[in-house]
Design a protein around this ligand. Structure first.
Ligand code: ADE
Length: 242
């Protein structure tokens, strides 16, 4: 997969892209990330990218010409998504990450100041995404978070191809607790079932822990999760106990 990012601050991306899983994905050739300086597409002598808002108001607005020119140059006749990062967009979720990971290419546009001139949205943006209901100083951090969440779904990016589908959220449940050695730490023992060697009992215990954690922390997620009769019986039991 190829991801292009249009930003006034390409250097902000260098740390996250050069470490760990995103680095490995690029080294393995399954992920290519290209950073583009928005200013390079401003063709006036001073490479101005912003201007004062029509109608007054505070702050500066990003001019339409550089962003539209950049998208047209990078996308040509392609039809893959052009995503504007903005708090006004659809809230990013695991499902959106999985969907976007199916695309051959993506282009992220990071805004700053009071955002882009509306005509950028109308002429070249295909989708607007928000990281959450809070305002960041720019779209860069949001783009990095989304890029990371998307990259994990690209085959070959994670160490084990099995990891991503079992994450919290991927199955609609939060992940339960994990343990490693030592078997006892400061008086707290690892749950005995995990040392039992009984794989069916371990799988059931893990499922119940995930159900319990989801029910106690994010009960609204259960409504969208596929639950077996056994799962439902367990949830009834814990509800009855409290
Ligand atoms: N830019 C500023 N705030 C943002 C947010 N919450 N999500 C995406 N882009 C943003």
């Amino acid at each position: 997969m190829r991801i292009d990012v249009l930003t006034l601050f390409p250097e902000m991306f260098l740390g996250p892209l050069q470490e760990s899983i995103l680095k490995r994905g690029q080294e393995r050739g399954v992920l290519a990330i290209y950073l583009h300086q928005l200013r390079d597409y401003a063709f006036d002598r001073h490479q101005v990218t912003d201007d004062t808002p029509y109608g007054g108001g505070h702050g500066m607005v990003l001019k339409p010409e550089p962003a539209v020119r950049a998208v047209e140059t990078l996308r040509g006749a392609g039809d893959w998504p052009v995503i504007l990062l903005t708090p006004q967009g659809r809230t990013f979720t695991q499902e959106i990450a999985q969907d976007l990971a199916q695309q051959p290419r993506l282009l992220f546009i990071c805004g700053h100041y009071e955002g882009f001139d509306e005509r950028v949205r109308e002429q070249v943006v295909t989708e607007e995404l928000s990281l959450g209901d809070y305002v960041l100083t720019g779209g860069e951090l949001a783009a990095m978070v989304m890029l990371d969440a998307i990259a994990r779904w690209i085959p070959g990016v994670l160490g084990s191809a099995q990891s991503a589908p079992h994450d919290s959220y991927a199955e609609g449940l939060l992940e339960g607790p994990n343990y490693t050695r030592p078997a006892e730490f400061r008086g707290q023992a690892v749950p005995p079932v995990l040392l039992s060697g009984n794989h069916a009992a371990i799988a059931r215990w893990k499922r119940e822990q995930a159900l319990f954690r989801t029910w106690s922390r994010r009960p609204e997620l259960l409504a969208q999760t596929e639950l077996s009769a056994e799962d439902r019986a367990y949830l009834e039991k814990i509800k009855g106990e409290l």
